[in-house]
Write a protein that binds this ligand. Sequence first.
Ligand SMILES: O=C(CO)[C@H](O)[C@H](O)COP(=O)(O)O
Length: 363
Amino acid sequence: MQLGMVGLGRMGGNIVRRLMRDGHECVVYDVSADAVAGLASEGAVGASSLADLVSKLEAPRAVWLMIPAGLTGKVVDEVAALLEPGDIVIDGGNSNYRDDVRRAAALQSTGVHYVDVGTSGGVFGLERGYCLMVGGPDEAFRRIEPVLRTIAPGGGAVERTPGRSGDLAPEELGYLHCGPSGAGHFVKMVHNGIEYGVMAALAEGLNILEHADAGVQEAEHSAEVAPLEEPEFYQFTIDTPKVAELWRRGSVISSWLLDLTAAALHGNPTLDGLAGRVSDSGEGRWTVKAAVDTGVPAPVLAASLFERFASRDEDHFANQVLSAMRLQFGGHQELPAGDVLEAGARKAESSGRGQSRTADDGS
Ligand SMILES: O=C(CO)[C@H](O)[C@H](O)COP(=O)(O)O
């Protein structure tokens, strides 16, 4: 089938490559002429503008947008204005599902179909395939199904679920029509909310392993910081990268995220160069909002989202307020910033096991 692709970054470019490998014809456009030329040299038809891209597609057309979320609305409007009734515009980025609902409604009178596709697979999707969560009208979904089948991982990607039989269903091939416009990005939003939680769980657990030698450090600094209650139980120097590698084999928590974690720790065991300021692109916030709106408890997902905010020092003022209160009620002084002992004191304090020796006990 023929598909227009707008946005040839890591995701869009590799989706085009995957499609071409399977015999689909791709007409491609990006604001970077180099990106267009690169894919044209691999067999795509290059376009110099959105209008040029649309003119090179045969009706009824399908145009897939793979662009940063902030630009999607503007580009959907521009592309839709160039399309004809029966054509399809597909947003494969990480848009907010609420925008899909609004865009689909706005396009209804034009006869242009709007399809939202939550696309997961990252930089490995070219080889592994992409998991596709699709929202939109049935007719449009059926029309683009050939490209969805190619972009998705396919049946051999994982073992079949026991009890399933017969022809492989779309969800077993790696794509699913989740419902009307917005449903695809709604499912992808929750997927990414879960992603935050799983990532946080792995990161927190590995951090506990990293601190399993707290008793050894405690002995070294016992004169300066409140003692760990039972240092004899924290005498392990665990090789965290090796444990991450180990857990990939047969453990209950083996997963692709763990695979990637093990790879990162193997290449850079001390994670040098990473400050630990964790960004968030929006899906986690939207997931927590959906949970609040619908009254669904999601404490793990919410905590993992807030953990990201804290990683960027958005908790700084709150921590200053905490220190101010301790100073007020107990005259407790903060340890000097950067003091090697501070970490130990904070560790002991956060676990409720002690306080700095410099603070008195009044409260
Ligand atoms: O969709 C993805 C993976 O499934 C993206 O990598 C996602 O944008 C990452 O989200 P965030 O920047 O909020 O960590």
